[in-house]
Structure formats: C-alpha cells, structure tokens
Design a protein around this ligand. Structure first.
Ligand SMILES: C[S@@+](CC[C@H](N)C(=O)[O-])C[C@H]1O[C@@H](n2cnc3c(N)ncnc32)[C@H](O)[C@@H]1O
Length: 288
C-alpha cells in the first residue's frame, strides 16, 4: 500500500497583465474554501450550511460515469462524488489554487478505502482548460465562476469540452439576495476605508487575524478578500447561457444552518442560482 498521497500536476497557467490570476491564487491559497480544517470537519460544516447539496451531488453521481469539476477547492464535494460514482467511473477536479489541490489530494488519500473511484486532482484554470473538445459527459462547478476574471471565457470552455448532449451543473451567486447584497455593501465600505486611510483590504486583514473560520467558515474572508465577487440576475443567466439548453434554473441557500428546507432546497430568497444545462446535440442553425 502507498504510504504517501500521490503528487498532483500543474498545467501551464497564463497570468493576466493586471496580475488578477495571481491575486486570485494568493487569496484561495491562504483562505481555502471551508477553512483549514480537516476533511471530516469541512464536510460537517459544509453540508450543515448547504443541506440541499448532498441530494444534488447524489443526483449528479447517479446520472453520470464521468465528472469534471471546475474549482474543486479542497475536494469536499469531490470525495462525496467519488464515494457515489459507479466503480468504472471517473472524476477529475481542477482548481487554480495549488494549496487547495494539495489539501484535496491528501483528504482523498486519507479516505481512499471508502471511495469507489480514486479522484484525479490538478491545478488548472477554468478560463483555459487543457482538455480536448467534446470529451466530457458532465461538468460540475459550485460557487467558483463568479470569482474568476473572465467568466464568459470559462462558460465557453465548458461548452467546448462537453460532449454534445453533455450536462453542466453550475452554481453561481444571485444578485438580488440578502447575503450577496450585504457582501457588496461591506466590500464598498472597505474600499472607502482603504481610500481614506490609504490601506489595502483593511477589513480582510483584521478578520484574517481574528481567526473566525471556526464559526463562519471562509464567508467573511471571502466577502472582504476575494478579488472578484460577481452576481447575476435571472435574465443575465439566461443570456450568458444562451448557447446551452437550460433544463432547470432555481434559487437555493440561506447560509444559516438552522433553516433546513426539504428536498432540493428551492427558495425564492436563495443567494445561489443552481443551473442544470445541456450542450445541444447539434447547432440549430448549421445542423452540425
Ligand atoms: C468558493 S471556492 C469553492 C470551492 C469548491 N467548489 C467548494 O464549493 O468548496 C472557489 C474556488 O474556485 C477556485 N477558482 C477561482 N477562480 C478559478 C479559475 N479561474 N480556475 C479554477 N479555479 C478557480 C478557487 O481557487 C477556489 O478554490
């Protein structure tokens, strides 16, 4: 039996002239999603906060043999997917943060005997996937693409790599929701303070020092520290994904563990858009 987790590979990443990919990486390397805790603690925190997510992942794993996750973070959902996929399945997870990929690799290795499929984790960029056209059965991405500089490029990449008829399951921030509204106001206040006191991300540095992740996960750090925090109206989603067939589009998530909604957690107050998209079998205009 292997004594050490396998090493992971890194695909050549192209920095943007404004340095935004580097700042994205620095943020997620030091503030990984769901904190620095081990897999078991992350899992408990995550699925208590987002109880709808486990059924959503079960449905994805039951419908596909092969899943590509974009922005897998520390691999919490990856590990659940790999325990549910059929034994001849395949899971590949990409993330821009090498620290998150390292943590995902170690986490999966520790629970490897419970997994039906051993995951492949790699550092990669959603905007520039090193994956061949029309090869993926299903793409899953949860809470990621609203944090990238050019999300339209990332959506086009998903369309490119999916097989005709392949599915994408994406989760993005919803504009008119309380959580996103509060985050936007707080980010604006930080920008005002930074300008007045000639500082950089003053609240972020304060909260980073306060170590509140145990109570709030990385929510507060994300609010003040993440380089991009975008959000969308329903109309914007429909426009952005016009090249896909939109099979389902609904809102979920209160971010408060004591409110448990039954079933798939649909609510008109949700702060996430959940999308189930299909790549058309052929272009309706050219027939190819
Ligand atoms: C909020 S976390 C979500 C992680 C995971 N999906 C989850 O729900 O736990 C966002 C993740 O997206 C990754 N990310 C941001 N921009 C990316 C990009 N352009 N390509 C790949 N990953 C990216 C970050 O490194 C970070 O791990």
């Amino acid at each position: 039996m292997e004594q050490n987790p396998p090493s992971f590979s890194e695909h050549g990443l192209v920095e943007k002239p404004d340095g935004s990919l580097q700042s994205t990486r620095e943020f997620w390397d030091t503030s990984p999603c769901d904190g620095q805790a081990d897999f078991e603690q992350r899992k408990q925190f995550r699925y208590r906060k987002e109880p709808w997510l486990t059924d959503f992942l079960k449905r994805i794993a039951a419908s596909h043999d092969q899943i590509l996750e974009i922005g897998c973070g520390q691999g919490t959902d990856a590990i659940l997917l790999c325990s549910l996929l059929s034994e001849n399945g395949r899971y590949e997870g990409l993330d821009y943060s090498p620290q998150s990929i390292q943590s995902a690799t170690v986490g999966a290795w520790e629970v490897r005997s419970f997994l039906r499929v051993q995951p492949i984790f790699r550092v990669g960029n959603a905007e520039n996937l090193d994956i061949a056209d029309n090869t993926q059965q299903a793409v899953y991405s949860m809470g990621v693409l609203h944090h990238t500089a050019n999300e339209k490029k990332a959506f086009a990449e998903i369309l490119r790599v999916l097989q005709p008829g392949g599915k994408a399951y994406l989760v993005l921030y919803r504009r008119w929701s309380l959580k996103v509204g509060v985050a936007k106001v707080l980010r604006f206040l930080q920008a005002v303070f930074d300008t007045v006191f000639m500082t950089k991300r003053i609240f972020y540095r304060f909260f980073k020092g306060a170590h509140l992740e145990k109570y709030f996960g990385t929510m507060i750090l994300e609010c003040f520290g993440v380089p991009y925090l975008k959000c969308y109206t329903k109309k914007e989603i429909q426009t952005l994904f016009a090249a896909f067939e939109i099979l389902d589009l609904y809102q979920v998530g209160y971010n408060v563990p004591w409110i448990h909604l039954k079933g798939d957690g649909r609510t008109m107050f949700g702060y996430f858009w959940v999308m189930e998209l299909k790549k058309p079998l052929s272009n309706p205009f050219t027939g190819h």
